[in-house]
Structure formats: structure tokens, C-alpha cells
Design a protein around this ligand. Structure first.
Ligand SMILES: N[C@@H](CCC(=O)N[C@@H](CS)C(=O)NCC(=O)O)C(=O)O
Length: 199
């Protein structure tokens, strides 16, 4: 198995975190961009990372990849078994991708300071609106570490590099961050460049 992965993008980090959580070893091809390797261009019509190759199977989009990995390597499971709870987790993944990932991407692409500070404020408010969910259970929505945590943690790791301070009301999120960032799997998932994103 082989993963084409950016050393800095949160979509790639999400997949690397799942690999570390499940202790899966595979060849990781670092793709710093902006140019992509020829073979990746041939494999993935969207020319994006992360891209996973498992023999004849080529997968792209981090969500498709992490769900495949969770089924292909069932231990430890990162999704609940019960259909209703599974659906709630899937809905959370959809909302995180749409809201937080969307704003983070806009922030990374912001063309000027004014635009960046407007997006930063929206992202901060959106995260703080979920402060109660962060404090309700040991992890997000659950007492077990899950694909939802593997999706949120790479984004929260980048807040400092985005110049975003949660400030007042952010304590439950900070506590969650301390807990997740100290996991062995999380530390193992980081590239050198990601290590440098937080002091
Ligand atoms: N929805 C995709 C987004 C992936 C994505 O945007 N990847 C960026 C790097 S963070 C990329 O490959 N950009 C190169 C390009 O689009 O040419 C996913 O979840 O994997």
C-alpha cells in the first residue's frame, strides 16, 4: 500500500492519523507541491493528495480513504457499530468538512489581511459554538477515539499557525486539544513541517 501525502495539508494529516491510530505501516510518498509526481497525475483525475494505492485500488478524497482504512483494518474500530450513532458520526464528519475545513481552506487561500481576519473570526466562532460538545464526552461525541477526532485534530493543530486564538470560552476545546495532541498516535502522525506548526 502506498499513500501520496502532503507534509502540510490537513486532509493528508487526517489519513496519516488514522494510519498511526491503527498502527498500519505503508509507503508514504511526500508530495510537497505545487508540482505533483507524474504517476499521481495518471492515477488521480483530480490531481489531489491524499491519494491511496492498494494494489489495483486507487482512492482519493480523505473521507473515502479513512472510511476504507477503517473497514480494511478493523482494529481498533474508529466508527460506532449502531446504525443511528454511525449516521450521527457521518453527519458530524460532513459538517466538519463543510464548515471548519471549508473555512480553514479559505483562510489558507486568503489574499489579504482583512479577508483573513474575517475568516479567522468565523472559524473561531464556529469552533466555539461546539464548545459544549467538546466537554460533554471524553472525545468529540464519544468516549472512544473515532474518525471524527481524526478529522478535527489536524485542523485544531493548525490553529496557532493560522494566528487563531480561541480565548474566552475555548477552555473545553483547549482541554480536548491537550488530550488528543498527547496521544502517541497523534505525535507519530506528524511530519517535521507539522511539528513546527505549534510551539
Ligand atoms: N476533498 C479532498 C481535498 C484534498 C485537497 O484539497 N488536497 C490539496 C492539498 S491540501 C491538493 O491536493 N491540492 C493540489 C491540487 O488541487 O492541485 C480530500 O479530502 O482529500
Amino acid at each position: 500500500m502506498m499513500l501520496y501525502s502532503s507534509p502540510t495539508c490537513f486532509h493528508s494529516h487526517r489519513v496519516r492519523l488514522v494510519l498511526a491510530e491503527k498502527n498500519i505501516s505503508m509507503d508514504i510518498v511526500s508530495v510537497p507541491g505545487p508540482e505533483l509526481p507524474e504517476d499521481l497525475l495518471d492515477l488521480n483525475p483530480y490531481h489531489s493528495v491524499p491519494t491511496l494505492v492498494d494494489r489495483e485500488l486507487v482512492l482519493y478524497d480523505s473521507r473515502v480513504i479513512v472510511e476504507y482504512l477503517d473497514e480494511r483494518f478493523p482494529h481498533p474500530p474508529l466508527m460506532p457499530v449502531d446504525p443511528v450513532t454511525r449516521a450521527q458520526f457521518r453527519l458530524a464528519l460532513y459538517r466538519i468538512e463543510r464548515d471548519w475545513y471549508g473555512l480553514a481552506r479559505d483562510l489558507e487561500d486568503a489574499s489579504d489581511n482583512k479577508q483573513a481576519s474575517r475568516i479567522r473570526k468565523m472559524l473561531r466562532e464556529s469552533i466555539l459554538a461546539s464548545a459544549e460538545v467538546f466537554s460533554a464526552r471524553h472525545f468529540f461525541l464519544s468516549d472512544e477515539f473515532s474518525l471524527v477526532d481524526c478529522t478535527i485534530a489536524p485542523l485544531l493543530w493548525r490553529l496557532e499557525s493560522y494566528g487563531l486564538e480561541l480565548g474566552s470560552g475555548g477552555e473545553p476545546v483547549e482541554k480536548y486539544m491537550d488530550e488528543v495532541f498527547s496521544r502517541r498516535s497523534f505525535q507519530d502522525s506528524l511530519t517535521e513541517l507539522e511539528h513546527e506548526m505549534r510551539q
